[in-house]
Design a protein around this ligand. Structure first.
Ligand code: FES
Ligand code: FES
Length: 141
């Protein structure tokens, strides 16, 4: 159970030392920005991904969350989980997996929901931007 304890400490560490706090330039065409709010409490989460245009792989991620500790820890885990994955892959990340990873109590489930929604919104934003770019380059040629 040494392993179990180490695991638990790592999870707790997301509360004390959130990973990947920051911002990317949202006008960068390789960046997708997901901005979501929780109606239940008014908390807001911004999660950004940086995507390799050629492979569709998420090469970097960051977040800024104005919310409770569980929302911040959920964002931190989310950024760790999306890095190095394909965009389609991260769309299947469920808030319940994040909640389980952090041992969130049921009343805090909506905090992890923010992270799931923010991932989806970031991917969508990237795809919309890319589609617009393709459309405008086709209009030019
Ligand atoms: Fe960091 Fe699992 S402890 S994502
Ligand atoms: Fe609202 Fe956690 S209490 S996101």
């Amino acid at each position: 159970a040494v392993g179990a304890r180490a695991y638990h400490e790592r999870v707790v560490d997301h509360y004390n030392n959130p990973r990947n706090v920051g911002s990317f330039d949202k006008s960068d065409p390789t960046v997708g920005t997901g901005l979501v709010g929780a109606p239940a409490c008014g908390d807001v989460m911004k999660l950004q991904i940086k995507v390799d245009d050629n492979t569709g792989k998420i090469v970097d991620a960051c977040f800024k969350t104005f919310g409770c500790g569980s929302a911040i820890a959920s964002s931190s885990v989310a950024t760790e989980w999306v890095k190095g994955k394909q965009m389609e892959e991260v769309l299947s990340i469920k808030n319940t997996e994040i909640a389980k990873h952090l041992s969130l109590p049921p009343v805090k489930l909506h905090c992890s929901m923010l992270a799931e929604d923010a991932i989806k919104a970031a991917v969508k934003d990237y795809e919309i931007k890319k589609a617009k770019l393709v459309a405008s380059s086709e209009a030019v040629s």
